[in-house]
Design a protein. Sequence first.
Length: 215
Amino acid sequence: ANTKEQPRTATITVEGYNQKHEVTVNQAAATPACRPFYMSIKSNMLYDLAAVPNIGVEFYLGKNFSIAGNWHYSWWKSDPKAWYWRTYGGDVAIRYWLGKASRIKPLTGHHLGLYGQMITYDFELGKKGILADKWSWAAGLEYGYSLPIARRLNIDFTLGAGYHWGLYDEYLPIDGHYVWQATKRRRYLGPTKLEISLVWLIGCGNYNKEKGGKR
């Protein structure tokens, strides 16, 4: 036999009449469905256009802070044409969200952050190659804005600038061999991070409200 959980009732006293009336309270309606939780999964569309698969995640920590991480990996090569397009690495950022939009819902609006990067690469298009087979590093400051575009989707625009350092080799592809030319040390100060990411919002309460209220 099917059994149904009976709703709880509460007894209240109406002032002035000294009478008790039983009122049925729907516990499911009175209790929140779940605790608010805010995270996102994202992909940098600029990397996608460059044929570099990538994925990122971000977790809201509370008090306007979040932590974000990204990873990319590509290993494309074509021996007959002697070209390579190989890179992998990632970054981690601590972000602080500010502005009216972030106060209404976390992971939305303006954000400032500190980030660190690590990357290896081998780029060669048939004439000259650049290879960093050991980790190169970067660290800096970032600014961004996460724009709602759908109930569970944002687009995040982020620009970061800092210091990039590491060793790399220059080589020439000659008769099927890769001839080393020089080993150099990269010391670069300037933009090192650019994101236009499609962001999927995940978690209880982590959605963008429609204008005019929920339909």
